[in-house]
Design a protein around this ligand. Structure first.
Ligand code: ATP
Ligand code: MG
Length: 319
């Protein structure tokens, strides 16, 4: 399946808005008092869509917050970047989602999520959401948003609306080990692979949804399934693009790593935005690698988004 031609219009995402609260001390878990820093605005879809808007592209998010400080701090930030929040519902009975994050000695992260029973768990395709989907050019889905059968259903309906209008769909599996044992995640993965034009896995996320044992076999299997193209994120080694006719590699940019949170989200947003704007694949990969590198060089998820000028400066060697 070839990618449909570029259609002008908004890039939209549907999924969780949350606050990140980070432990300042490395270690495991949250079973004793420790110093924390936050709340920071976050949620993979929120970071993704902020990066799209920061690139000057029309962007909107369908989500739900509580009528609380965690929610309003996110709304202010999103609005500040120019993201359309007309389809972010304010829920009276649920609080805004949160994620406590702790870094281990080896750099791995432990998360403690409040998602399913939060406002983000109550996301629904109400009239403002349907209006956005009906008019958009592209819909992006994060695997982290497929945390309940209710959300999977809302995503399924969203895809049906945008596909009927000739818009494209991208999917970043963004699988966290804390989510792997949620039965819903597998159902969600299968749904997304059926419909996505752009698949954006990193590491084992490429092979997990397939029968394949090797990278080339997984790529072939996914393209056979109907996935339009696959963009594999390879952390400091950059990224590669695969479709039926092309395989293109681009190395990463050298930066001092401060915090990997949000790198994949900024990468995906930049790749999708550049592609929708009609840039050649090589350039899409180049800008996306720069966006990912800039994100890891900064502390915090949403703090990691950058402008086109910042990306160009890094690409030109000026950091
Ligand atoms: P996340 O942890 O945010 O979900 P991810 O696992 O989805 O990230 P990564 O491959 O870790 O994806 O990072 C996404 C992109 O960011 C990479 O393809 C690369 O372009 C850039 N990147 C990540 N880490 C580094 C690094 N240490 N140095 C330079 N670039 C990096
Ligand atoms: Mg990721």
């Amino acid at each position: 399946m070839a990618l449909p031609p570029t259609k002008p219009g908004k890039i939209v995402t549907i999924g969780e808005i949350l606050v990140d609260i980070m432990a300042l001390e490395r270690g495991r878990g949250f079973r004793e008092p420790l110093n924390l820093r936050g709340p920071f605005p976050g949620g993979a879809p929120a970071i993704f869509i902020s990066q799209v808007a920061r690139l000057g592209h029309e962007a909107a998010i369908i989500s739900c917050i509580g009528d609380d400080d965690f929610g309003w701090l996110n709304i202010e930030r999103l609005k500040g970047y120019g993201v359309d929040v007309s389809a972010v519902r304010v829920h009276e009975d649920h609080v805004t989602a949160s994620a406590f994050v702790r870094y281990r000695e080896d750099g791995e992260r432990d998360f403690l999520f409040n998602l399913k029973r939060s406002a983000s768990g109550q996301i629904e395709l109400d009239q403002p959401a349907r209006a956005l989907l009906a008019g958009c050019a592209h819909l992006h889905i994060m695997g982290s948003s497929l945390f309940s059968f209710h959300l999977i259903d809302e995503v399924r309906k969203s895809i049906a609306i945008v596909k009927a209008n000739g818009a494209t769909v991208s999917f970043d599996p963004n699988i966290r080990k804390e989510m792997m044992d949620i039965a819903e995640m597998r159902a969600g993965l299968e749904l997304m692979l059926q419909y996505c034009d752009i698949f954006l896995p990193s590491g084992p996320e490429l092979t997990i949804p397939t029968e394949a044992k090797s990278e080339p076999a997984a790529i072939a299997e996914l393209l056979d399934l109907g996935v339009g193209c696959i963009v594999i994120k390879r952390a400091e080694r950059g990224a590669s693009y695969h479709d039926r006719t092309r395989a293109i590699d681009r190395p990463g940019y050298k930066v001092v790593e401060a915090d990997p949170t949000g790198a994949g989200d900024c990468f995906g947003a930049t790749f999708v935005t550049c592609l929708r704007q009609g840039l050649p694949i090589e350039d899409c990969l180049g800008y996306a690698n720069a966006a990912g590198a800039l994100a890891v060089s900064r502390q915090g998820g949403m703090e990691g988004i950058s402008t086109l000028e910042e990306m160009r400066a890094l690409m030109a060697g000026g950091g």
